[in-house]
Design a binder for this molecule. Structure first.
Ligand SMILES: [Zn+2]
Length: 464
């Protein structure tokens, strides 16, 4: 570890906080396109702020048409390491209690505000690591560049634009997640299961079942509508399903029941309570007139038993040592008297192939007489956990923090998903929920200092 660099970082925390406050004060939620401002005013202003700051600290800057900005520590060196962070933020949302989302404050060793930990704070950690190295005069042989995007939260079209004209560096890490390090993002497998049939007309009947707002989210709410049904007969099944599934069932209309569960990201479905599946379970327990629609719902429940989120019902349960369990969740539901259509989102380990995953699911669904419409498989993103690059980053982390460093796999996607040798590395310390995307988002001051030191150490190890 370089003592003078670490001392410099300790001594510049106040300056960092001032910069982060100014940065967070710019509301950089995506707006609408304008000439020269591809993501609207906010991301444009935040990007310019970051570029101007980098220029003020003596870095060579570049602006890629308002999509991306870059800062090079020493542009005369061959480019070797890129750090990829972003200036845009998700909408403020509701429920802020410590401060208003774009009026950052420091309180109890934390700085609060939208973007403090995702990702303006981590971006500045990377910039301050570069500053520390520059101002302490640490000699480097390879070039390091900070890439600052402005559209990470809404599609990452910013870096697509950048990489269309610039090559990928030999090594890239993104300070847009958590320590220690994410080297694998699971693949994705999505499909629709559907069936149309002769209209079910006999009463009592299910008129509709609707649930789900996005394919990548476990549905929080489901609504079923009935016809010709004696609602007093629903009471017992409602109690049963509420208890069995941990959801709440409530009569919300003359012949309408709303089921409320818990939403979760599709990459961690085990954290949710799937309201759509609970609704199907409830329907299967109601004394309705037999019909094909109910048969199909019964088959869907065989494929997706409530609470099973590892793909077992579909026949695609699998697990490998590097990337762990496959996850699978049924997230979109559309049921009428003439058709049933549902869609699932599965996050697949490295071992998943078309043969052992897509083909198997398709065969099992078809065997039940249902239609299977695959949206195909997206391959996983994987940088070998034992590569010198990953090992050096983990070493830097261990040296600075004294904690054990290890590479982990996740089911979600990160900013480096499309990069050949890109990993996510920090900046949030493990085990801390900084409420990214939620109310009262924060970043701990200790975490800021630690992350900046880890980045400085990593740059020195990789580039000198
Ligand atoms: Zn982010």
């Amino acid at each position: 570890m370089n003592d003078s660099v670490n001392k410099w970082i300790d001594a510049h925390l106040d300056e960092y906080i001032e910069d982060l406050k100014n940065f967070v004060s710019i509301n950089s939620v995506q707006g609408s396109y304008e000439q020269g401002k591809p993501f609207g005013d906010g991301p444009f202003d935040a990007l310019n702020f970051a570029i101007d700051l980098a220029a003020k600290y003596g870095f060579a800057i570049n602006n890629y048409q308002g999509y991306v900005g870059t800062a090079d520590l020493d542009p005369s060196l061959p480019r070797s390491l890129d750090m990829l962070a972003h200036c845009d933020v998700v909408p403020a949302g509701e429920g802020w209690t410590v401060t208003e989302p774009f009026k950052p404050v420091v309180k109890d060793g934390r700085i609060y505000g939208r973007g403090t930990s995702d990702d303006k704070g981590p971006l500045l950690c990377a910039m301050y690591a570069m500053r520390a190295i520059k101002e302490c005069g640490v000699p480097l042989k390879k070039g390091v560049r900070l890439i600052m995007g402005s559209d990470e939260e809404t599609g990452s079209t910013d870096i697509a634009k950048y990489y269309a004209v610039e090559p990928e560096a030999e090594m890239t890490f993104s300070p847009d997640a958590e320590f220690p390090l994410i080297n694998i993002e699971k693949g994705q497998f999505r499909a629709e299961i559907a069936k149309t049939f002769e209209e079910s007309t006999a009463l009592p009947r299910l008129v509709s079942l609707e649930a789900g707002v996005a394919l990548n989210a476990v549905p929080q709410k489901a609504v079923i509508r009935l016809e010709g049904f004696d609602m007093t007969l629903a009471e017992e099944p409602m109690n049963l399903v509420s208890k069995e599934c941990g959801v709440s069932c409530e009569q919300t209309g003359v012949q309408e029941i709303t089921i409320t569960g818990v939403s979760a990201h599709a990459s961690t479905p085990e954290l949710g309570k799937n309201a759509g599946l609970a609704a199907m379970m409830l329907v299967s327990k109601l004394p309705l007139a037999p019909c094909e629609q109910l048969d199909v719902i019964g088959k869907i429940l065989k494929l997706f038993p409530y609470g099973v989120t590892d793909g077992q019902g579909l026949g695609i349960k699998m697990c490998d040592e590097e990337s762990h369990d496959l996850t699978c969740t049924l997230d979109l539901y559309h049921v009428t008297t003439k058709e049933v259509s549902v869609q699932f989102d599965s996050r697949t380990p490295v071992m998943a192939t078309k043969e052992n995953c897509e083909d198997v699911a398709a065969a099992n669904v078809s065997a039940l007489g249902l239609d299977f419409i695959s949206k195909g498989m997206v391959p996983p993103h994987r940088v070998p956990g034992n590569s010198p690059f990953v090992k050096t980053l983990l070493n830097a982390y261990e040296t600075v923090t004294g904690l054990k460093g290890e590479a982990v796999a996740i089911g979600g996607g990160t900013y480096v998903h499309e990069l050949k040798n890109g990993v996510a590395f920090g900046a949030v310390m493990p085990g801390i929920d900084t409420r990214m995307h939620g109310a009262d988002e924060f970043f701990e001051l200790d975490n800021i200092v630690t992350a900046t030191k880890v980045y400085a150490e990593a740059i020195i190890e990789l580039c000198s």
